[in-house]
Design a protein around this ligand. Sequence first.
Ligand code: ADP
Ligand code: MG
Length: 256
Amino acid sequence: MAKIFCVANQKGGVGKTTSTVNLAAGLAKIGQRVLMVDLDPQGNATMGSGVDKRQLEFTVYDVLIESASVAEAKVHSATCGYDVLGANRELAGAEVELVQLERREKRLKTALAAVDADYDFMLIDCPPSLSMLTLNGLCAAHGVIVPMQCEYFALEGLTDLVNTIKQVHANLNKDLQIIGLLRVMFDPRITLQQQVSEQLKGHFADKVFNTVIPRNVRLAEAPSYGLPGVVFDPQAKGSQAFVEFAEEMVQRIKTM
Ligand code: ADP
Ligand code: MG
C-alpha cells in the first residue's frame, strides 16, 4: 500500500515545491516507487521534474473532473526516476468547477486509490492556500509534511494550517496527521534561526524531522534546468540532505 503525503504550508515561497520534488527524487534514488502529484496551477513541481506542463495531454485537472484516470494522465520522468501527475494553469479553473460537483473534496483520494499498488509513496505538492485543491490533497493523504523556515513568525503561521488539519481529521479524513515539520533553507550561522529551531523542537518534539535542509544555492538553481537538486547536483549539501530526508521518511512510515 502506498503512503500518501501532502507537502503543505499556506505561505508561498517556503520551500514546498523544492521539498516535494527533491524528496521524490531522493526516494526514487533509494529504490522507492514514487508518484509526484502537482496540485498547484503554477505547475512548478511539474516543470521542476523535467516535464513540460504545456505539452501534457492530461493533467491532474482532468483527474479531478474525472475526464481521465491517474493511469492515463501520469507521465514518467526518466531523468528523475519517478512518475508525475502534472499540473498547469488549467487547474486554476478546477477550484470553481469542483464546488458544484459531488464528492468534491474526495476526488483526488478516489483517483489515487486506483494506482495504490503501483507505488510506495505518493507526494502531493499543494498550492499556497487552504483551498479546495489543498483540501483534496489533505483528504487523500495519510500525513502532512510541513516545510518551514526558522523565522520569527514561523510558529504563528502554523496555527491556521494546524486548525485546518484538525478539521479535516475530524470531518473528512480520520487518517490525517502532521507527520512532521521540515526545517528548510536553514542557515546555522544565523542565531535567530537556531533559536526558532530550538523553539520548534520544544513545542512539537518528535514532530520535527531530524533532517535539516540547509540553504543551498544549487537547490535554487536546479529548477531552471528542469531538475530537482538531487538529480542536478547530487553532491551538493542540499541534495545530500534531501536523500537523508528520504531515508528518514522510509524509517518513519514503518512506525505509522
Ligand atoms: P513554495 O513551493 O513553498 O512556494 P519553493 O519551493 O518554490 O516554495 O521555494 C521558494 C524559493 O526558494 C525558490 O526560488 C527556491 O528555489 C528557493 N529555495 C527553496 N529551498 C531552498 C534551499 N534549501 N536553499 C536555497 N533556496 C531554496
Ligand atoms: Mg510551490
